[in-house]
Write a protein that binds this ligand. Structure first.
Ligand SMILES: NC(=O)c1ccc[n+]([C@@H]2O[C@H](COP(=O)([O-])OP(=O)(O)OC[C@H]3O[C@@H](n4cnc5c(N)ncnc54)[C@H](O)[C@@H]3O)[C@@H](O)[C@H]2O)c1
Length: 255
């Protein structure tokens, strides 16, 4: 658990997707506790309301929007709504994501397309919509990738593809905007205790020996571990961190 730094985001506005659960919720609560006015997005209205309530009960400022990031129109409208609500945008955190395990040849087209749409297309369109506003404030983007974007994992091909793509989107934007103040970074968490990992299902007949490399030896982290890193990277003072892919995975990708 990283220490909270009160006032770090005073006067700043952060838009977070996936804010109704897990890493997105923890990050929203963290940024709000550090002074950010947060705009929270999720497809789950109850989870979103619970996050907003936690923030406002602690004296923070939060607005919410329920929607599905698989729609490009929704991504564009969400950025517009955040800017409309607070008159500026300083931080975009692309955190909404889904995961599923399957044998490669069993993956149905609809589940393939949905995972690509949530994990890869949505951050693309959200970045497109947000960057003009972030350029105006010298803001930054934090993309929630995964150790799965840095290593091959059995039975996880689509997830690995999308997270690898998100890492390359991060690096591409870092280069394209290298002569501006915009910063673009990614975090690559390892296993974190959230609904995503709790509900994760594998086919019954997998070879667990093939999966050992991405289980690691130190168990899973907490959403707060990643929220602290989001805050550290997104903070106005982190000017030296640009185009980075920062792992927080208890060593999974070290070997
Ligand atoms: N938990 C882990 O072990 C882990 C590890 C590496 C990376 N990640 C990444 O971190 C991010 C957050 O994951 P989490 O573990 O907190 O999961 P989570 O399931 O707790 O939270 C994900 C949130 O995204 C929302 N969401 C999903 N599809 C959506 C859609 N179409 N439109 C809008 N919102 C949608 C969900 O409703 C949920 O609130 C994901 O991108 C995930 O890939 C998680």
């Amino acid at each position: 658990m990283h220490e909270i730094t009160p006032g770090r985001f005073d006067g700043r506005v952060a838009l977070l997707t996936g804010a109704g659960s897990g890493i997105g919720r923890a990050s929203a609560i963290r940024l709000a506790a550090e002074g950010a006015q947060v705009f929270l997005h999720d497809v789950d209205p109850d989870g979103l309301a619970a996050t907003a309530e936690t923030i406002t009960e602690a004296g923070g400022i939060a607005r919410t929007r329920v929607g599905d990031v698989t729609s490009r129109d929704e991504c564009v409208a969400t950025v517009a709504a955040a800017v409309d609500a607070y008159d500026r945008l300083d931080v975009l955190c692309n955190i909404a994501g889904i995961a599923a395990g399957a044998h490669f040849t069993d993956i149905a087209e609809d589940s393939y397309r949905r995972m690509v749409a949530v994990n890869m297309d949505a951050p693309f369109f959200l970045c497109q919509a947000a960057i003009p506003h972030l350029l105006a404030t010298g803001g930054n983007i934090v993309n929630m990738a995964s150790n799965a974007g840095l290593m091959g994992q059995a039975y996880t091909s689509v997830y690995c593809m999308t997270k690898g793509a998100l890492i390359q989107l991060t690096r591409s934007l870092a280069m394209e905007y290298a002569k501006t103040d915009l910063r673009v970074n990614a975090i690559a968490p390892g296993g974190i205790v959230t609904n995503l990992t709790h509900n994760y299902q594998m086919p019954t007949d997998v070879d667990f020996e093939l999966m050992q490399p991405y289980f690691g030896f130190r168990g899973q982290g907490e959403a707060d571990d990643i929220a602290g890193l989001v805050s550290f990277i997104a903070a106005p003072g982190a000017t030296n961190i640009h185009g980075a892919v920062i792992s927080s995975d208890r060593g999974i990708t070290a070997g």
